[in-house]
Design a protein around this ligand. Structure first.
Ligand SMILES: [Zn+2]
Length: 398
């Protein structure tokens, strides 16, 4: 399967079973019935705060009202408190199937709550404990994911991000039960997406694509997935988001999905590790926070040499980066980094905050996340501080 194949209409991928270019309302009944494996399953829909305003929400609800249905709206980032409340609502409804309709935060909330809904009395403490111990699999209702933003890849991963604001820390809930059984990539679900969200999600796709390719846990599949995500995104980068047709919306969704599959294999690296403090302390959206350092980290990792942390060697890492450069239709690492930086400066996004005064703290916090260890070139507080401070590549000369 190459990029041309996946771009062409409906493609079925396994685990999650992925439907591309279909109308969500038209397939909803069939998908729910197949997931439940039972007659008249009880369905809970977890949707984002913009749900009621979207033109596609009513036809989708009409299709799902064939089942005993409860609709819940999730706004903001998932927290231990919001996940526990949602898990209790799932228990009260005795949900057989969880349908998440939204961006990464909504899907993550639905995935985490489904996993916690098998707990007798879900509480914020039990959510935090599950993040430490891993989610149990038995009895968790199957999850169907309908992404309404491109790029988070949450519909393709067996983990969920939960934000512990009291501790100023991001938690991660992992477990096979969190992997949706079916992902429906309907390009029409992107209609009405605000410009800032679209650009932020595209940056997340680009970061996840590159990180999934260069991570020390990358393999041939994740390198291919990451590069293909870039190939599909290439002609979206120079185009005003508000003039996207159905084909471009589908390309954006699929790129995000493939990048999500790449990180499901390879994990993320320092861009994501640094993003969490940028989100918690500086209020940046997830994709914006990941994209902010992506250009600098790309230049840094492309110069990997005897400081390579991948046992397969620096040539493997440089080869993975070259694969992405080519897939994007460019001829150099510098051109790729500039593409990312142009997108970060998009007028659709709020101006980036001045983080120089906070760079050391962000660097220190980033290194405490496991995923920083996936970076293929050695990093320490000083190196990340320089990257964050936006120091030019020549300053990294060794
Ligand atoms: Zn991400």
């Amino acid at each position: 399967m190459d990029a041309a194949d996946v771009r062409r209409g409906t493609v079925l991928l396994d685990s999650p079973h992925t439907m591309v270019g279909v109308r969500a309302a038209e397939v909803a009944e069939e998908v729910v019935t197949a997931a439940a494996g039972a007659m008249a399953p009880r369905v809970i829909v977890v949707a984002g705060s913009g749900f009621a305003l979207r033109s596609w929400s009513e036809p989708l609800l009409v299709a799902l009202r064939k089942f005993p249905l409860r609709l819940t709206i999730q706004s903001g980032l998932p927290t231990p408190e919001s996940v526990a409340l949602l898990a209790r609502q799932m228990r009260a409804h005795r949900a057989d199937v969880v349908v998440t309709v939204g961006g990464g935060s909504v899907m993550d909330a639905g995935k985490a709550a489904a996993a916690l809904s098998i707990t007798h009395d879900p509480t914020p403490e039990s959510v935090v404990r599950a993040c430490e111990e891993g989610a149990r699999a038995e009895g968790v209702p199957p999850i169907i994911a309908l992404p309404t933003t491109p790029g988070t890849g949450a519909e393709a991963t067996p983990f969920a991000t939960i934000w512990h604001r009291d501790q100023g820390r991001k938690l991660s809930l992992r477990g096979s039960a969190l992997l949706p059984v079916t992902a429906v990539l309907d390009p029409d679900l992107l209609i009405g997406l605000p410009p800032a969200h679209f650009v932020s999600c595209l940056l997340d796709t680009l970061a996840q694509g590159l990180e999934g390719a260069w991570s020390i846990r990358a393999d041939e599949r994740s390198e291919w997935l990451g590069a293909t995500a870039w190939e599909l995104s290439a002609d979206l980068l120079d185009r005003p988001h508000d003039r996207l047709g159905s084909a471009q919306r589908q390309a954006a969704l699929l790129a995000g999905h493939l990048a999500g599959r790449a990180i499901a294999i390879a994990g993320t690296t320092v861009c994501h590790a640094m993003s969490y403090s940028l989100t918690l302390r500086h209020g940046l959206s997830h994709g914006h926070a990941c994209g902010l350092t992506l250009g600098s980290v790309l230049r840094y990792n492309a110069l990997v040499d005897d400081d390579c942390t991948d046992p397969r060697g620096a040539a493997r890492v440089r080869g993975a980066i070259t694969g992405v450069v080519r897939a994007a239709g460019l001829d150099s690492v510098e051109a790729l980094a500039r593409k990312v930086e142009e997108l970060v400066r998009s007028p659709a996004l709020p101006p980036a905050p001045d983080i120089r005064h906070d760079a050391t703290r962000i660097a220190t916090e980033a290194l405490a996340y496991d995923r920083a260890g996936n970076n293929p070139r050695r990093v320490d507080v000083a190196a990340l501080t320089r990257l964050l401070a936006g120091t030019a590549e020549r300053d990294y000369a060794r």
